[in-house]
Unconditional design. Sequence first.
Length: 712
Amino acid sequence: MDSLDISEGFCEPYGATVKDGGVNFCLFSRDAQKVVLNLYNSSEDLTPSRQIEFDSKKNKTGDIWHLFVKNLKPGTLYTYQVAGPFSKSRGLRFDFNQILMDPYAHAITPVPIFKNLSPHFIPVLDEEDLRLEQNEREKNFPKCVVVDENDFDWDGDKPLNIPLSKSIIYEVHLKGFTCGKESGVSLPGTYEGFTQKIEYLKYLGVTAVELLPIFEFDETENGNVNPKNNTKLTNYWGYSTVNFFSPKASYAVDKNPGGCVHEFKNLVKQLHKAGIEVILDVVFNHTAEGNERGVTISFRGLANDIYYTLVQSHKEYYMNFSGCGNTVNCNHPVVRKFIIDCLHHWVKDYHVDGFRFDLASIMSRSQEGILLKFPPLLNAISEDPYLRNTKIIAEPWDAGGAYQLGCFPGGRWAEWNDRYRDDIRRFWRGDEYVSTGAATRISGSSDLFINSGRKPYHSINYVTCHDGFTMNDLVSYNGKHNEENGEENRDGNDSNWSYNYGWEGATANPKIETLRNRQMKNFILTLLISQGTPMLLGGDEFRRGQQGNNNAYCQDNDISWFDWNNANINRNLVTFTKRAIELRKKHAVFRRTDFFKGAADSGKSDIQWYNKNGSNPDWSKISRFLAFSLNGSSVKNDDGTFDDTFYIAANTDRIDVMLRLPTLSDGKRWYRIADTSIDSEDAILSKENAENLRAQERYVLPSSSMIILIAK
């Protein structure tokens, strides 16, 4: 590297950019007094092969430090060291002895940051003996990798832009999807391994995968121990970002620096070829650096007072609306640019189709932590021209008490609807007098979304997600069983609205198993005929369980991994889910783009509710039952034809119900599309194969079951 030619460089874009026969390095740090670029020959090197100090007169514009190094190539490894004031009162934490990561690095080497730290590494500020722990950490500190993002053949690939109203989301952990028993994958736990399961996703019929975090994180961060077998637990889910521009290196087969970049791009390309979009679960609310006792990785050593929301009266402390020690200062202009740049990067360079924002209400908070009516960041994301066709989904709450479901600011945002989750769970559990709430959720949650001018599809409906019980455990446990998380079962939500139907956990009792299977069909079918955008938790379609653990964030093992034996054992449920997805896709009446209006253009109501006797229900008295018809005569399917009329009824009571069916005109008859009380694959049929009912006036609806009839 002695022949390197160093010049002033350019003050944009941030990060390390390959251009003009070299690499431009660009770094933001407002109060830095000295910046040094470290270059390395290999990822194992503890000391740099070359150090280049930025000249504050030549290599600085405003708060931006920049220089250009000719003849450097993609794959170059680098870090930074930055000197500046250490001032508690100002919230500044510069330390020139600390190696820093580039926040804009497009890849990092897969070396765990926390691996050799003591399990309860809690630094105390200003103590010299910290250096022993810090030296140990620096041995495991990753190097940033220079990446040429243009060095990939996309074969003309573009984001798919499937309308949200036509989307069916499958939430899944990239590693766990392929690591379990009988996965049939030759490269489990990797991007390449995931591509080997695309045919299954295509068979199932989902239109998008929503991946749990794939931004770089460190599995070794968790210091807890499983009391059952005394093994160290991990950060399995990844909701603790180390670097926001880098795909997770350990998920790559190619362990060479930057190998993860090509492999994740290839995964996106292959999913797009199968007609499946990619939505990333992103965590901009906090970082892995933790609170005032945490570690320094990048932001803390560059501009701690800008990147984080600090306690204004005592700036050595961090405000904690994330529950994880720190809060990203999202609405500071510098941080806002960082987040927008990051989103652009994943859309431009990786062709991803959307983002789900974890604890998104934090992005509504001011630099003092106050919720804003018009948050600049949320509005900027919503109105950004480059992101205009990108799906943006908010988890509309945070750990600081904010709850913004239905009123999440920023225009076109979709939102995770936990009211849907809870109301549908309680309804199918058989709780009394919750039918009205369930009816509101099934019909699109207009009470939440219509006043903000949004549409039914802005409600992301789900019964289960990664955070909580799987659907199998929802019908198998009365309470959580998180003992193996090492927190004495104190973690995880206690309000699960679950029921075990007579036995806690797995059982061979055929009556209990039959009822559990039926309830899962009820949940799946309800989800897929509800107005809004459905999201399935990966594995629910074949009864993936987690042994009653409703907070498996630390379980990188069989508790969380997919056991594909269950896909064969429960193949009827897989077929049921596939057919329910096909039903939704073929009939636009289940995925309306507007809320129900009452009377349709034909003069008939677009939705009509019934009691058991076929009359208008008394909503103050109706309990453990719902029935309604959907008139599709004003709703066009994808082929341009008008849709059909359907009758749907749900009985959550413990006794069977005799229904009086609505009378049809024009010589049409009722045909059975679905009956969840049927144990075989015939529990759900296509329109073409629907069963002609002998009795057109009445139908016996068994307990804990649901029917769908079609008029033809």
